[in-house]
Design a protein around this ligand. Structure first.
Ligand code: PA5
Length: 449
């Protein structure tokens, strides 16, 4: 068994989940595991992520690292353009493993195309003007509006600063191997490209070039990230609930959901986990929220949010369960200084580390929330390393696939995302949507918009 960098402690759930109740899930977990491994479940053409960590070859890692190094040599800034699964894995990894303040990062990766805001873009332009820039545009379908629109603007900036040829040498497109508008554009403009395997959906794509290229540009060891995920394949495999971490987490979530705990709060105790939680929210929200079912994934940063959402968690509607994510070791240790005057009464913490204080905040919150009827368990990460994060990514991916099958939904599609797109296209008068546009405009007039 490989070394585990993550641990899942669910002993604190015993008040809500009995051993017999878990036992009753064993057959369903075995079936869900078999459906995944044999490809007999819903969405089975999107299960390529299952053995992806072992499929990523040394040559692929080298190709990504080489391109990243080549572009790093001529730039200080990578503008990474994408949305949803084509954005969050890289952002989560870079934020988790890099310096807390962007000014301390070199080279820098900034993100665009995940929203539509001119003021944000104007600030991006200011950064663009101060740096040598390279661009990674990422879209599996190649037709997503937000990154498409932003890439048009950034491409124009690039071409007018560097000329068409050098701009093209500074742009990398990550997209479908054959089809889609971005593939066509990349071929016409001679952009370097990376391909996204057809059997890996957006939110499961962090270990494809979607995540790996920007992560490599940021100077993070992508081989270690992939190796961590490969190790997690055995930590999260098999149908034994005692040894399969993902299955245990998936079963607990499903039992709690059936008890009316319809919200899961991922409560992390470290600011560097903020975007890991955003990635998790996307993975779980898009995978489970369909057919009028699904656990709502919410996230909080503690202790920050104990001064906002903490009140609701302690005493609000009891339809929530909580999974703490705790980091065991940090690289540095700042301690509380002693002052003779002790005006603020904090000398009792003298020479104690911030981690000691934070750890007791976690333990105190865990006990308080358990007392407040919030079923809570804890995931512990040992260090802020690529291997640990690789294991965490795989743990969550495997768990949501099992959990989706236990909920009897297809965890690999996202049909609900199309509804807003259709309306937006109609309202924007996209060719082919004219009739629907007229109907929607009338409805909007009816509500005064
Ligand atoms: O998980 C998913 O499939 C989605 O969140 C997509 O990643 C997102 O919609 C972006 O799609 P695309 O990469 O096609 O632009």
């Amino acid at each position: 068994m490989p070394q585990a960098h993550i641990a899942y402690d669910d002993r604190t759930l015993s008040e809500w989940i009995g051993a017999e109740e878990k036992d009753a899930y064993r057959a369903n977990v075995a079936l869900a595991e078999e459906m995944l491994q044999k490809g007999t479940g819903q969405g089975n053409d999107f299960t390529g992520w299952l053995d992806l960590p072992k499929r990523v070859s040394g040559d692929e890692i080298t190709a990504v690292n080489d391109k990243a190094a080549e572009l790093r040599d001529k730039s200080q800034l990578l503008i990474c353009i994408g949305i949803g699964g084509s954005y969050l894995g890289a952002r989560a990894t870079i934020d988790f493993l890099s310096a807390s303040f962007e000014d301390l990062r070199s080279p820098r990766v900034v993100f665009a195309g995940h929203q539509l805001n001119s003021d944000y873009l104007d600030d991006l332009r200011k950064l663009f003007d101060k740096n040598d820039v390279v661009v990674n545009v990422i879209s599996k379908s190649g037709t997503t509006t937000e990154p498409g629109v932003i890439f048009r603007i950034v491409r124009q900036w690039m071409e007018s600063r560097y000329g068409k040829q050098e701009a093209a040498a500074r742009i990398v497109a990550t997209t479908d191997p054959q089809k889609g508008a971005l593939r066509k554009l990349a071929t016409e403009e001679s952009y370097a490209t990376f391909s996204i395997p057809g059997d890996v959906g957006g939110r499961f794509s962090v270990l494809t070039p979607v995540g790996l290229f920007p992560i490599a540009y940021a100077g993070i060891d992508i081989a270690q990230l992939v190796a961590g995920a490969a190790d997690a394949m055995s930590l999260c495999g098999g149908s034994d609930l005692e040894t399969n971490l993902s299955a245990r987490y998936a079963v607990n979530r499903n039992i709690l959901f059936r008890r009316g705990k319809t919200i899961e709060m991922m409560a992390s105790l470290q600011p560097q986990l903020h975007y890991v939680a955003e990635w998790w929210k996307q993975l779980y929200g898009e995978s489970e929220g369909k057919n009028l079912t699904g656990i709502f994934p919410a996230a909080a940063d503690y202790t920050t949010d104990l001064h906002s959402l903490g009140q609701w968690m302690q005493e609000g509607l009891r339809n929530v369960f909580e999974t703490f994510v705790v980091l065991k070791n940090v690289a540095t240790s700042w301690t509380v200084p002693e002052f003779d005057s002790d005006d603020d009464g904090l000398n009792y913490l003298k020479k104690q580390s911030l981690e000691y204080v934070n750890d007791n905040a976690y333990k105190g919150t865990l006990l308080a929330h358990l007392d407040g009827d919030v079923p809570a368990s804890t995931l512990t990460l040992d260090t802020r390393s690529p291997e640990t994060l690789g294991q965490l990514f795989y743990f969550y991916e495997k768990a949501v696939a099992l959990s989706g099958y236990l909920l009897r939904v297809n965890p690999f599609n996202q049909p609900g995302v199309e509804a807003y797109k259709r309306n937006m296209f109609a309202l924007l008068s996209k060719p082919g949507f004219e009739e629907q546009g007229a109907v929607l405009q009338q409805r909007l007039r009816g509500i005064g918009l």
